[in-house]
Design a protein around this ligand. Structure first.
Ligand code: IVH
Length: 677
């Protein structure tokens, strides 16, 4: 076989296995074998660049970032679908269609409504030429450069006789697991995280650099067509079949229904089950199967008459508001929390409590202890009390009065003028509740990362009086710790070691741990970079602070006030004499991935990780500039060993190669970047 023939064969094989993986969900070869095929093709193409074609599977990530987006006018508008919120509304819709169509039967097809981003893909003579977003329905943005990088988007149709024009409509989405992976990475780099997979998908498609898009796992489901020439289709089910044949992934949960009652039953069957899917859905889409019927039904200016979206109601549950407890925050803010009896199932989790925010919220909603209340999840994540059910009152319900004293330290509570919030009025170090919260904030992994200092131990330390402020942690002795209940010598020593190790974390982590108002982790990092040492930060005036990019006047005032409170200055002096590191090295430019601790390092991953799968961690290492390799040698920079690591770990030890645990690895990638000199 000549090289040119091998190129054709490799492309065919790669496309075939890509379809097996994405369209049929039935891969025939391993990821590794697949990568070998791609590598071989890359090698031949590198030797014969003149053979490269734009639809070669090696050409998904094209050249340079684009400068901006071109507008694409949709030949067939991308309409949205009218919503129905109940079975009743679906029956009414069915009735209205019968009126228009007469006595003939109507077949429906029900699909999941994928909560992603609608896109359109144009294939001319079988080749992908343009991919665009929906935009306003008439015009969208050309995002071909990014859509090409999505492995499940075919670069050419899987047919020898492609129609001259074939426009596919579908949804690009991301799994929840991928959102978590990317957010974790962004958090480690001090960047803002995304709220849900849909927002992250939309943000990703709008990136100018396709290489960045390629690093995030986006996926496609195709569900319709736009402009088509050269093919006649008569039914939606037939279209879905053709889409699959052409190589598009079509969601497997497609259900033909002979009447509206079957539609309703199928929709309802997904109400709970949908949370088991690895991606988000926000309802079901019901479509008339027959295209001639669709044509006769037509559209209004906004919606086709032949489709409805059945939206799942924000899930609600009725339960008893059994009690309200007040939580003390680290700044002394008091937050009332409702506890439910019994706990309720909502959007896949059990909910036993919800924040009531403040006293005004409780008063406005007239929530009484003992009330039956309606609970729902805002944005499917955060539980909240929607309202009480006054008709269920028995007279035994109790109007809630905000406690006059702090539940943790019994100091009087007070309302800040003009604010709905109550605070504990005790000096910061005298309220055990505040102290506990501040220690937890200080010790958490992204701040001083004090190993073994968990919630239960913090309670013990504060309640025994051994720790009343943060510097006290560094004065703890073995003898003192041994006086605590259930504290053995070994755990006491581990704790002391953990505390001692935290002294060197540096300024950014220290600031992140201090509970300075309006200073979250990324801001702590920014301040540490800007000022380099705590003295420079403490001595900066408000104007200087406000000049720092991203700080602004209000935050500047809070920071200044924090460092001008005598007890805080005193605390910093104690930290100094206890030997804590109060400075931060400058990161090398450019900020971002290239200067990371992994740059240029050869890393072998072995064993099972808890936070990543194998591919995920290898991708992360690559993104951070490292080289994941398979076997351990003297040249290996380090071995990342998860649970049940075997012979590779032994080999590393034998050769004296450094070994990192998963936790150490996470800290390494989250930690400060190397100095510039
Ligand atoms: S059909 C004219 N099918 O829902 C109807 N849409 O408001 C064309 N969507 O913008 C859309 N899953 O982004 C259709 N199985 C599915 C869908 C789906 C999600 C989205 C799509 C559209 C919106 C409708």
């Amino acid at each position: 076989m000549s090289s040119l023939e091998r190129v054709a064969e490799l492309r065919r094989l790669i496309d075939y296995h890509n379809r097996k993986y994405y369209v049929d969900a039935a891969p025939e070869i391993s990821d590794r074998e697949f990568d070998f095929l791609v590598k071989e093709l890359q090698q031949i193409e590198a030797a014969h660049p003149e053979w490269i074609t734009p639809d070669s599977p090696t050409q998904r990530v094209g050249g340079q970032p684009i400068e901006g987006f071109q507008t694409v006018r949709h030949r067939v508008p991308m309409l949205s679908i009218e919503n129905a919120y109940s079975a009743q509304e679906l029956r009414e819709w069915d009735r209205s269609l019968r009126k228009l169509l007469g006595p003939e039967p109507i077949d429906y097809v029900v699909e999941l409504k994928i909560d992603g981003v609608a896109i359109t893909l144009i294939y001319e003579h079988g080749r992908l030429t343009v991919g665009a977003t929906r935009g306003d329905g008439e015009r969208g943005d050309d995002v071909t450069h990014n859509l090409r990088t999505i492995p499940s988007v075919p670069l050419k149709l899987n047919t020898d006789q492609p129609p001259p024009l074939f426009e596919v409509r579908g949804e690009v989405y991301m799994t929840r697991a991928e959102l978590v992976r990317i957010n974790r990475l962004r958090q480690a780099l001090g960047e803002k995280t995304y709220e849900n997979p849909r927002n992250l998908t939309a943000g990703t498609l709008k990136l100018l650099d396709p290489r960045q898009c390629a690093e995030r796992k986006l996926v496609l489901f195709a569900y319709g067509v736009g402009a088509v020439e050269g093919i006649r289709l008569t039914h939606h089910l037939e279209l879905l079949q053709l889409l699959r044949q052409y190589g598009f992934p079509v969601n497997p949960h497609i259900h033909p229904c002979p009447d509206i009652e079957a539609v309703i039953a199928y929709c309802e069957s997904w109400n709970e089950r949908r949370h088991e899917l690895p991606y988000d859905t926000d309802g079901m889409v019901i479509k008339v199967n027959d295209f001639r019927q669709r044509e006769r039904l037509g559209s209004t200016s906004k919606f086709p008459r032949w489709a409805r979206a059945f939206k799942f109601a924000a899930e609600q549950a009725l339960t008893k508001l059994a009690r309200i407890e007040v939580q003390v925050g680290r700044t002394g803010k008091l937050t009332p929390v409702a506890y439910f009896d019994p706990p309720v199932r909502l959007a896949g989790t059990t909910v036993s409590k919800a924040s009531l925010h403040n006293a005004d919220y409780i008063a406005q909603k007239d929530l009484r202890v003992g009330d039956m209340v309606v609970v729902e999840k805002a944005g499917e994540i955060i539980p909240q009390v929607v309202r009480s059910e006054p008709s269920a009152r028995t007279g035994k319900e109790v109007i809630y009065e905000f406690p006059k004293t702090c539940p943790m330290c019994a100091a009087p509570t007070a309302r800040e003028p003009g604010s709905p919030f109550y605070f504990c009025t005790a000096p910061r170090n005298e309220c055990g509740g505040q102290v506990k919260r501040r220690i937890l904030q200080f010790a958490r992994r992204d701040a001083m990362d004090i190993e073994n200092l968990g919630k239960a131990l913090v309670e013990q330390l504060v309640e025994s009086g051994l720790v009343t402020n943060l510097p006290d942690l560094y004065r703890l002795t073995l003898e003192q710790l041994l006086t605590l209940e259930r504290m053995g010598k070994k755990s006491a020593q581990n704790l002391l070691d953990g505390i001692a190790a935290s002294k060197d974390r540096g300024l950014a982590r220290l600031l992140a741990g201090l509970s300075i108002p309006l200073v979250a982790d990324s801001m702590a990092d920014l301040l540490a970079q800007e000022f380099g040492h705590i003295d420079a930060l403490m001595n900066a005036d408000v104007e200087r602070l406000a000049q720092v990019e991203g700080v602004g006047p209000e935050r500047a005032r809070h920071i200044w006030e924090y460092f001008h409170e005598p007890s805080h200055r005193d605390m910093i002096e104690q930290f100094r004499s206890l030997g804590l590191k109060l400075s931060e090295q400058k990161k090398v430019a450019p900020p971002g991935l290239s200067g990371s601790a992994l740059a240029g390092k050869t890393i072998v991953v072995t064993g099972t990780m808890t936070q990543f799968d194998r591919k995920g961690i290898e991708d992360l290492i690559k993104q951070l500039g490292g080289k994941p390799t398979g076997s351990v040698s003297k040249k290996t920079d380090f071995v990342l060993a998860g649970e049940n690591a075997g012979s590779k770990l032994d080999k590393a030890r034998e050769l004296g190669v450094s070994v990192l645990t998963e936790e150490e690895f996470q800290r390494l990638i989250a930690g400060p970047l190397p100095a510039s000199e």
